[in-house]
Design a protein. Sequence first.
Length: 153
Amino acid sequence: MMKHTEDFKQEAVRIALTSGLSRRRVAANLGVGLSTLGKQVTAELNKGEARNTLARAVAFHRLGRFRDRGQENQQTRAAALNLVTAAIILFNCRYLNRAVGALNLRAMPDHAEALRQLSPLGWDHINLTGDYVWSDVGNFDDDGLLPLKITAK
């Protein structure tokens, strides 16, 4: 089984999605299996859908639609949506980085497969609507983050 670089995989997906050629033809031209190309395309499409799902959740208070009539107001609202979405992704990346570091320090059993399934696009742990409680009391570290909840098995 031949291993391809990440750049090759991304370029193959780009060609498959934008060239207008059938996936069978693209796979043959690139010398990859049709099922391999199909898995890569599906994974890339799922990433885009996960980002769209997060954006819909953030904008849910208006049923996920922009109702502003003016172009400037629409652009401002879209920019705000992108900012909040990017902040959530950054927040998740920081915690995922800490979690991976903690797993490496604890010499946890092979977690490489689990890492492939992780995505910073999750938002179930974030209260997007409802009541917020702001408190100065907390067990925050120097970076202002709460400690991880990792249990040893």
